[in-house]
Structures are given as structure tokens and as C-alpha cells.
Design a protein around this ligand. Structure first.
Ligand SMILES: [Zn+2]
Length: 141
């Protein structure tokens, strides 16, 4: 069965604003929520700093910051369901993304502005990266 991502329109807008604000560097955010069967529901986003020393083409999240966010999420009954980052290029997983997808088997949401406006694509790693459908939710908890 195929995975699908549910994301609030407001959260997607905030992610794209975060991506714009981080230019010319890649932006990063962690997506928290719940997974029901193969439906990945994002309930909360946390924009974080990109601490990579090559932040124009890669990203790195401070492990202590990530750990604290994971602890907070667990207390809310949520889990890390996705990782968002933006690309200077097309919204396809890079070779280093594919390596990191193996280590972090959550939904990878990648934003790009190559078409003029920000848009995002979601991927999960099977044998290769597989694009999954994203449903934008108007205002649901
Ligand atoms: Zn990437």
C-alpha cells in the first residue's frame, strides 16, 4: 500500500516562507504528527536552523535541538513523521538525501522554487525514492 501525506495548507505556507527566508541557504524543518496505517498526518511543524557548514547545498540539524523536539513530541503523543528541506535545484532527493533517507525512514518533503514559486514534493524510500501524494487540508486538527 502506498503512503500518503496530509498537511495543513497553513503549515505548507509556513514551510515555504521559511524556505524563502533562508535563501540562499537550504532550509530545514521537522514535521511531527501521527501515522495511521499508511497515512502520514502532519500536526505540527518546527522550523529549525540549518547548521551545515555547506548550508547552500546541504543541511544538518543540531542533534541536541532535535532531541529536545523529539522529547516534546513524545509528550504530546506525536512522533517525527517527516523531514522538510529546500533545494536550490529541483525538488528531487540528492544522493546525500538518499543516504540520509536510509538513516531516517520518514517522509521527506523537499521544496524548490525552480518553477518560479515554491512547491514541495514528498518522498519515501523504497528500493529507490518514491514520490507520494500530498493532500492539503484546509483546517483540520
Ligand atoms: Zn536535499
Amino acid at each position: 500500500m502506498q503512503y500518503a501525506l496530509h498537511l495543513r495548507a497553513r503549515d505548507l505556507s509556513l514551510l515555504h516562507i521559511h524556505a524563502e527566508n533562508c535563501l540562499p541557504l537550504e532550509s530545514v524543518a521537522l514535521l511531527f504528527g501521527v501515522i495511521e496505517e499508511h497515512l502520514v498526518v502532519v500536526k505540527r511543524i518546527e522550523c529549525v536552523r540549518n547548521e551545515s557548514d555547506k548550508a547552500a547545498t546541504s543541511f544538518y540539524v543540531n542533534p541536541e535541538e532535535e532531541y529536545q523536539l523529539l522529547i516534546d513530541a513524545e509528550a504530546r503523543g506525536e512522533e517525527l513523521v517527516g523531514i522538510f528541506h529546500s533545494h536550490p535545484a529541483a525538488p528531487m532527493p540528492s544522493s546525500s538525501d538518499l543516504d540520509n533517507m536510509r538513516l531516517n525512514p520518514v517522509v521527506w518533503l523537499i521544496a524548490s522554487k525552480t518553477s518560479g514559486a515554491w512547491s514541495s514534493k514528498g518522498f519515501v524510500l523504497d528500493d529507490a525514492a518514491v514520490e507520494i501524494p500530498i493532500t492539503i487540508i484546509a483546517d483540520v486538527n
